[in-house]
Design a protein around this ligand. Structure first.
Ligand code: ATP
Ligand code: MG
Length: 442
């Protein structure tokens, strides 16, 4: 993609309405446009990152045995009356009337609808375990939408729902999602810590929020420092083996949100290992048993032929919130620093002298070479000053910058800059592609 043709409306001024750095940088980098409080359009750069995050989430859900579906955003109110939540949900639910005066709503979540799908088609334990997920927009009329996409009213969520015959197998389903989440967040370049979370009126201990530490986070959290360094399970983890040892290893170290905080247990940790910080909730997993299946009549027959309500769990990831959360974790004064895995482009080529035949030719060769090597490339072919080009690329945060000017074009060399570290290296043109594709990440 050529920057001269790309729609990346960079803002020179820092927007006043943005309270936190990720919101400021998303606006300045031309990623989003606010349309109403907590409601955003996603412009090309933002859209690409949103999609890249969604794809990693999808790959890890599939790896853990979940199957993708797509449920609508608009739901009939009947299902929510069956579960008893239509009245209980309160003003966060956006209620809509259609032309036939039927009560509809914009889904804030999908437990009822997925339970309806399940009860229509599944009757026997033979279909289990089953986990269905989708990546779909939600609407919650938050009292205080703020921090850009981090607390929006319309937001993109991955929500998965597991169905099992009994509590024991539901626990395995929960563990598969627990491990999938560890892998997902690590691939997004984040250290997300599973913390004991409130299970509300259902009780039990099967609820974890996945939290990344950030001073701008809305939650107060407490954990053991070793959790920040823990390597995540490998891609060849067998999700159908017993995952208890992995989950126990993670949950044996103290980590809790403030609602679940146990001061005595925390103070039993050596002082230098205690972390009390603020965090951003990027995911939440939850076992809730038969809360929806019992009132909605979603039953399965077991080996004994007796029908019982199916045991369920739900597993959310804030896909659009993650765009902001990653920026909170990965930026400096100059702008965003995208992790390679989700960057809107993997390589930026800065043409310092468009119109100079040798420089243009080298830029073209490099662009084609990187694309042939499977990299996505943004070429700055505009006639801005070099200083403005450097600042622009630092702002939008492409992980690798390849700088091409007339001097390099004459002697066959390019300069390569790693955005994350600022490290610069001058290389012969012929070595540039291998240098980056072999991941000389510092
Ligand atoms: P919070 O405590 O932040 O309000 P929640 O507990 O209500 O979130 P869940 O119902 O657990 O949220 O939703 C799953 C995930 O969806 C959350 O972990 C979060 O990442 C994301 N999410 C929830 N609300 C919003 C929002 N208003 N804007 C963006 N993402 C959200
Ligand atoms: Mg939550």
């Amino acid at each position: 993609m050529r920057l001269s043709r790309a729609f990346i409306p960079i803002l020179k001024e820092t927007p006043k309405e943005a309270e936190i750095v990720s919101h400021r940088l998303m606006l300045r980098a031309g990623m989003i446009r606010q349309q109403a409080a907590g409601i955003y359009s996603w412009l090309p750069l933002g859209m690409t990152v949103l999609e890249n995050i969604g794809n990693i989430v999808r790959e890890e859900q599939n790896r853990a045995g979940a199957q993708e579906i797509l449920m609508p955003t608009i739901q009939p109110s009947d299902l929510w009356r069956e579960s008893g939540r239509y009245d209980a949900y309160g003003p966060e639910m956006l209620r809509i009337m259609d032309r036939h005066e039927r009560e509809m709503l914009y889904g804030p979540t999908n437990e009822e609808m997925v339970t309806d799908i399940f009860r229509t088609h599944v009757r026997s334990y033979r279909a289990l375990p089953m986990n269905l997920y989708h990546i779909q927009w939600k609407f919650r009329d938050e009292v205080r939408p703020r921090f850009g996409v981090m607390r929006g009213r319309e937001f993109l969520m991955k929500d998965a729902y597991s169905f099992d015959l009994d509590e024991e197998s539901a626990r395995h389903a929960y563990q598969r999602m627990f491990v999938a989440y560890l892998r997902t967040f690590a691939r997004l370049g984040l250290t997300a810590i599973p913390m004991r979370a409130d299970t509300g009126p259902i009780g039990g201990n099967l609820s974890h929020e996945f939290i990344i530490l950030a001073s701008t986070g809305e939650s107060e959290v407490f954990c053991h420092r070793d959790l920040l360094e823990k390597p995540v399970p490998s891609p060849d983890t067998d999700f159908w083996s017993d995952l208890t040892p992995i989950v126990d290893d993670w949950t044996s170290l103290y980590a809790a949100t403030d609602e679940m905080h146990d001061v005595a247990a925390f103070e039993a940790i050596p002082e230098e290992k205690r972390v009390a910080a603020r965090g951003i909730e990027v995911g939440h997993i939850f076992y809730f048993g038969t809360k929806y299946s019992a009132p909605m009549g979603a039953k399965v027959a077991g080996l004994d032929g007796v029908e019982r309500p199916v045991h369920m769990g739900s597993y959310g990831i804030g896909v659009s919130r993650l765009v902001g959360a990653v920026i909170e974790a990965c930026h400096d004064e100059a702008g965003i620093i995208w992790p390679d895995s989700i960057a809107p482009y993997q390589v930026a080529i800065l043409n310092l002298k468009p119109g100079d035949a040798a420089t243009d030719a080298m830029v073209d060769r490099l662009e084609k070479g990187f694309e042939a090597a499977g990299k996505t490339v943004l070429v700055d072919d505009t006639d801005q000053r070099p200083g403005a080009k450097f600042a622009g690329m630092d702002l939008i945060g492409i992980p690798w910058q390849v700088i091409v000017g007339p001097r390099g074009a004459a002697d066959g060399s390019v300069e390569i800059k790693r955005r994350a570290t600022g490290a610069r290296e001058t290389l012969p043109e012929s070595g540039a592609i291998a240098y980056i594709t072999e991941g000389n990440a510092a």
